[in-house]
Structure formats: C-alpha cells, structure tokens
Design a protein around this ligand. Sequence first.
Ligand SMILES: Cc1cc2nc3c(=O)[nH]c(=O)nc-3n(C[C@H](O)[C@H](O)[C@H](O)COP(=O)(O)OP(=O)(O)OC[C@H]3O[C@@H](n4cnc5c(N)ncnc54)[C@H](O)[C@@H]3O)c2cc1C
Length: 292
Amino acid sequence: MSLTSGFEHIVRENEPLAAHTSLKLGGAAQYFAEPTSADELVALVKRCADDQIPVRLLGGGSNLLVRSEGVEGCVILLSAPEFSQIKVEGNTMTAGGGAKLSHFIATAAREGFSGPEQLVGIPGTVGGALHNNTGHHGVDFGSWVQSAKVLTRDGQIATRDSDALSFSYRQSSLTELVILEGKFTFDTEPADELTKRMQKLWIVRRAAQPESDENSAYMFKDHGGESASKLIADAGLSGESVGAVHVSDRDPNFFVANPGATSDQVLELMDKVRQQVAERLEIELQDAIQIW
Ligand SMILES: Cc1cc2nc3c(=O)[nH]c(=O)nc-3n(C[C@H](O)[C@H](O)[C@H](O)COP(=O)(O)OP(=O)(O)OC[C@H]3O[C@@H](n4cnc5c(N)ncnc54)[C@H](O)[C@@H]3O)c2cc1C
C-alpha cells in the first residue's frame, strides 16, 4: 500500500528536493510530507515504521546536498505553524524545531537574551541547529539548551534534559528522528546593545559569505583549531571549480552552484578539495555538509 493512502492531504509523491536546499540541487523524494500537527506527525512516523519506509527530516536544507538520484522513502518538513512557535517566559525561550533560526535570533535579541546574536546570518531552522550544534567563532547553539522534546523512530515523544545531552563541535547527541522543540536559557543584556551588536555582525558576515542570491553551502569542518576556509585557501584552491560549481572567492569553505550545476559536480569538487588539501597540507578534511 502506498504511503499516500490515508495521508493524501499531507503526503506528495516524487517531490523535487532542489527547491528545499540552499544549493538548489538534487533529485526527488519518493514521498514528501508536511504534517499539520504533532498527532499527524506521530501517526505518519508510526506508519512508516510499520511499513519499513525510511524517514528523514528536512530543516531549512542549508546543510544538505541531495544526490541527483534523489532519496527513497519519506522526507518530512516541519512547515506547519504548530512546529514553528517561539514562546518566552522569564529568561527561557521555547522554540519549535521548524522555527527559522533568523526568527529565534531576532526574538532573543529583542528579549535581551545574549549569545544568539553572534549567529546572525546563519540560515536554517532551530531543529537543524540543534542537530548540528551550529555555531560560529566558538559560540555554539547547544550551549543554551535546557531540554529538548524529540520524536523517536518508533513514534514515541520523549523529553531529553540537559544532563542527558552532549554537544561538541558541529555534533550533538540529539540524533532522534525529529527534534520537535528546544527549551533554552540565556544570560541577559540590554536589548538595544544586543541589537546594535547583531547589526554590526550581520554587516561583517554578509561581506564574508556568498551573496544571498547565490546558491551555496558550507562544506567542511575546521581542523585542529584551523578554519577549513584557511586550509582550503592555503592549499591554493580559492576559485577552483568543477563544471558549474566553484569554490567561493569570498570564503573558500563555501561552494557556489551556478546555473547548470549538478550534485555530481559538487561531489567531484569536494573530492578534489579533500585530495589536494591532503596532498599539500597532510590534513584530512571532514565534511560539514550532510549528503543524502
Ligand atoms: C550561507 C551559509 C552560511 C552558513 N554558516 C554557518 C556557520 O557559520 N556555522 C555553522 O555551523 N553552519 C553554517 N551553515 C550551515 C547551516 O546553515 C547550519 O548547519 C544550519 O543549522 C542547518 O540547519 P537546517 O535547518 O538548514 O538543516 P538541514 O540542512 O535541513 O539539515 C541538516 C541536518 O539536520 C537534520 N535536521 C534538520 N531539522 C531537524 C529536526 N527538526 N529534527 C531532527 N533532525 C533535523 C537533518 O535531517 C540533517 O541531518 C551555513 C550555511 C549557509 C548556506
């Protein structure tokens, strides 16, 4: 029986994923679901478990390369308002996994919560940032987490408290199927100071990353205290290209996909950069981007 039967209103077949990623590349998902409530999400995940259909969670697609052949099984997007709520109580903020990171950061600054303003300009969702422990210059998303609500692969909702969670460089122990919600606590600072700092950081970041109309992604992890950007530049690879994909001149740890680019070209350029950094600097770069 097809997954759509019983879930016609939320599941589509053969959905192109390119439009859902920042590289704007890649094939289709066999099934693509946008549940409108937690109950619907749980029912869908249980059905996939029963029918042995693999499930993946898509956030903002800003850290994903989808292969040209696409993905089998069901890709779930938390686009419904129920998954994007942000609530503030005292110095605690609760945010849905589908909430935009930009909304989270702006709300924190407005409420006088310090820290998130340092991540201004990073695209994606709260769920993706928790999964990846997204960060910049030593400020990591995981450092403000008090607890997280998750949905397991067999359809159980559970809460993970901070003492059961661990976050390290671009990694977190939140590997359950769905991160439904995070609860965060912060130090406080005057909101106007945070807003000013955020505006300055936004100007710096905008100049240091690809233009907003360029299709791009952040490719490799830093290595032993050296930024991947510096290592790629030191290996002489700024501006290197394969087909219609090139290493960004602004920051060589970004690849830019120009019109006509393919996922295979991105993979080939990743291999080329990895190999040449290994040959020239004797360093094995690890992928930051996730490949589906
Ligand atoms: C211009 C640009 C600048 C960037 N700058 C930085 C930077 O400075 N620092 C940095 O760390 N990263 C950076 N990134 C990478 C990226 O923005 C972050 O990693 C972001 O947090 C990914 O979130 P997302 O929602 O887009 O996740 P996606 O790319 O959609 O998914 C990434 C992973 O998270 C999982 N996931 C997503 N949502 C959920 C959920 N609700 N529940 C369970 N799993 C989930 C996915 O299954 C996938 O495995 C940048 C990317 C771009 C394009």
